[in-house]
Design a protein around this ligand. Structure first.
Ligand SMILES: [Zn+2]
Length: 432
């Protein structure tokens, strides 16, 4: 929409039938005369001009980002002019100058590139009532779809134990441990069970994998046992009959196991971490961006996004831990005594999470990193400028979100993100 036309239209609505520019000058004169003060003796003509003036100012604000200086929220901007263009960072002396300014090519060009960002910046947070409703919604999503510590955790641990026993009976030097969302608690109830097969260096990996494949096929507790040995990481997939859970057994998940330990550590600091992470995974499922094999994001990259956000809230909900020290039980820093001063409700944090990656965090240029307190640029890692970049806390060369590999998938993901930010805000938005 060509917004300058709307502004001009507003001026032309002058009931005196004045020329457009004369109309504006008249409004400015009237407004200056009134200087913002209402008078009981004000004539109806004055009142019309004043209303028109207010309408024009409102439209300049909502459509062109030209605001009255006393409404500016940024305290760093000098208030020695009555109007200010937020897009061009230009001070403007009067309404006439504002109307000329918004018609300039320069302003229109900046509006095209920065307009959406500034619109998002103005989006109002949810009201108290909305936050209460969000609290209830997020709690129910967590209860309905998250892993239950009493029911789901023991079932998954039991599967890991049973598979471990099958493996160890034949290969006592090998072991099986659970990792991923079944371990951290960031998963959904139907999330796969990730099992790490630890095989000592001297043991022949293909031989062990083929033997285990055979053992699982013969075991009546499992069905749909199949191998994917030509995958990037060779793995065995099977279904645990009594729970119906799909399990994935693969060797060489040492780093993923460490990441799981670190995520669990963060999870234990504050119950809001798990609720947010589970809700975001559920959100990703609804938006269909959670399937890594189909170009979506792996579940734990979403958990890392939640953690980085919670480290950046003011005051922070989570500390920034040194990854290796945090998971080392013998390290003096392993049990950091962090108590958060942040008492925000979960509904408010949910909205702020979406706001954070829309307007606060420079997602185009920065890497989501839970270990570095100074911003990590994509340039420093040569990870390009599009798509989501999430650093593996134990392997800084690895972008765990690299599965979101196409520009279209990124655009879709970010559109979902922006729409959710708007959806959970206060409506109407219109910059008010
Ligand atoms: Zn401008």
């Amino acid at each position: 929409m060509e917004n300058s036309e709307t502004i001009a239209g507003t001026s032309l609505e002058n009931p005196d039938g004045l020329h457009k520019d004369e109309g504006v000058l008249h409004q400015v004169k009237e407004a200056n005369k009134e200087d913002g003060k209402e008078d009981s003796g004000i004539s109806s003509e004055d009142q019309t001009s004043k209303e028109q003036y207010s309408r024009t100012v409102k439209e300049l604000d909502s459509q062109h980002f030209v605001v009255q200086s006393d409404k500016l929220k940024d305290p760093n901007i000098c208030l020695d002019a009555p109007f200010y263009c937020e897009l061009c960072a230009v001070k403007l002396g009067n309404l006439n100058a504002c109307q000329s300014h918004v018609k300039t090519k320069g302003h229109k060009k900046v509006k095209k590139t920065k307009g959406e960002f500034f619109s998002l910046l103005r989006v109002a947070p949810p009201s108290e009532h909305q936050i209460l409703a969000l609290n209830t919604l997020l709690d129910s999503v967590f209860l309905k779809h998250g892993l239950c510590p009493v029911k789901d955790f023991p079932t998954r641990q039991e599967i890991a134990k049973d598979v471990g026993k099958t493996v160890c009976d034949k290969f006592p030097e090998c072991s099986v441990s659970i990792y991923g969302s079944s371990f951290t608690g960031f998963g959904l109830q139907e999330s796969d069970v990730n099992l790490d097969l630890v095989i000592p260096d001297e043991v022949d990996v293909p031989h062990v994998l083929l033997s285990i494949l055979d053992l699982l096929r013969k075991d009546e507790h499992y069905c749909d046992v199949k191998s994917e040995f030509d995958a990037k990481v060779p793995r065995i997939l099977f279904k645990h009959l009594s729970s119906g859970l799909v399990c994935e057994l693969s060797p060489g998940n040492g780093t993923a196991f460490k990441t799981s330990c670190l995520l669990k550590k963060y999870c234990d600091f504050d119950p809001r971490v798990r609720t947010l992470a589970v809700a975001l995974r559920y959100w990703a499922r609804i938006c269909n961006v959670d399937c890594q094999a189909e170009g979506g994001l792996p579940g734990y990259s979403l958990a890392l996004m939640v953690i980085q956000f919670l480290q950046e809230t003011k005051p922070p909900v989570l500390p920034r831990l040194m990854p290796y020290e945090a998971i080392d039980k013998d390290s003096p820093h392993a049990s950091e005594n962090f108590v958060s001063g942040n008492k925000e409700e979960i509904g408010s944090l949910w909205f702020q999470l979406f706001r954070f990656y829309c307007v606060e965090f420079d997602i185009q240029n920065l890497v989501i990193s839970i270990k570095d307190s100074i911003p990590v640029t994509r340039e420093s890692k040569r990870w390009g400028h599009r798509r989501v970049a999430v650093e593996d806390p134990f392997s800084s060369k690895r972008n765990v979100a690299c599965s979101l590999s196409s520009d279209r998938a990124y655009d879709y993901f970010f559109t979902c993100w922006k729409n959710s930010f708007l959806y959970f805000s206060s409506l109407p938005q219109n910059g008010k």
